[in-house]
Design a binder for this molecule. Sequence first.
Ligand code: FAD
Length: 415
Amino acid sequence: MKREKVDVLIIGAGPSGSVAASYLHNAGFSLKVVEKNKFPRFVIGESLIPRCMDHFEAVGLMDCLKAKNFEVKTGARFLQGGKTCEFDFSKKHTEGWDWTWQVPRADFDKTLTDELTKRGVDIAFEKEVTAVEFMNGRSMTTILDKEGSPSQIEADYIIDSSGFGRVLPRLLDLEKPSEIPRHSSIFTHVRDVRRPEGWEGYRITFDIVSRETWFWVIPFSNGYTSIGYVGPTEYLESFEGNSTCRLREMIKLSGHYRDRFEDLPYEFEPRMIKNMAKSAKKLYGDGFVLTGNSAEFLDPVFSSGVAFATESAHLAARMIAQELRGEIVDWEKDYSQYILEGVNVFSSYVKEWYAGNLQKIFFADTENTVIKSQICAVLAGYVWDKTNPFVKNHYRLIGTVAHITDLEKEASAKA
Ligand code: FAD
């Protein structure tokens, strides 16, 4: 059986795997990326948030992405009935990127892997990690090619960036139930032939159909648009027929978008991901670390997935580089606690969203620009900035402000 030896093995070539690979390759370590699929491949997660730009820039992957002219995203719009709440990333509390992209991920992820391949990073496509053993501080990983032939890779470190594949959580019994409600999603792409001219046509929007259900519209620069619906699993399953019939019925529930998307042919049979939220018992161990969705996934409502994937991958790669250079690193404090701090902030926002409190603030009759800029910084992914009260006091502040919003509404109704 073929056997290779590298410093670092990376499982998965999504944004998380690519950012980690770019950092470690630039730092001079030997590495191998093993990717189950052939690229381009479809994956969901198309609305980015500005924080991920910091990571692409830090590892030298920004220029190849800029050259692709993806649709620029400068904020996000939320609709509820006749009300609109629009966030503009240039008006956010925390300094940082005020734009990012809305991207077809097949193209986006392939751009990253093409760039890495060009630089000499060894990416083995259509190879699947099936088993891992740890011994004497090193790991031995078994991979199968598409014909089922096995080979092995010995590595000092494994970065598990396998997304919903969740390779190490499965193999090492690290799966943990998430605290986030059981939500599912159904989605596809359409050729957006009725796209209106100008801003309305390209504006990324979340149309809030009810407290727990919403519809996304993510227009791409290539003329296609991603549409998807999110809600409690039982509710989504209560729609009859196959996934095409279900999504067609769901679109009718969006007052704003029904006319634009009704009856358009779907580019592929809508896919359904059930009970999306994922969690892990621990994020690292002797000789391995989990990044991106393999570590945690909350909910798509604030588009935080890719930014968490790149944040965790960039940090994990830096810490592995330090450790392999013989420095002492504190994985518990500097990796696990740091990543979970950010996860906890977003987790509060997701929970408060579905509890209805955040929606009260978004759609309040009077807009408070200071509060809005602080929430905007969170939506841009700057969730470690303790000068932001909506980060520092995320457990309590949303509920408190929602309560005040209720009182103000009552008072103005009485006046
Ligand atoms: P991925 O991008 O999933 O990459 C993992 C790679 O690992 C894949 O290419 C896979 O083929 C490979 N792999 C898996 N198993 C193996 C194996 N055994 N061996 C080798 N390779 C393997 N995020 C956003 O930022 N914005 C959004 O708008 C958004 N919307 C979403 C909507 C829905 C419905 C869902 C479910 C998620 C959404 N996300 C969104 C989250 C987003 O999809 C992920 O957070 C993001 O793709 C994670 O990146 P990653 O690099 O960790 O994993």
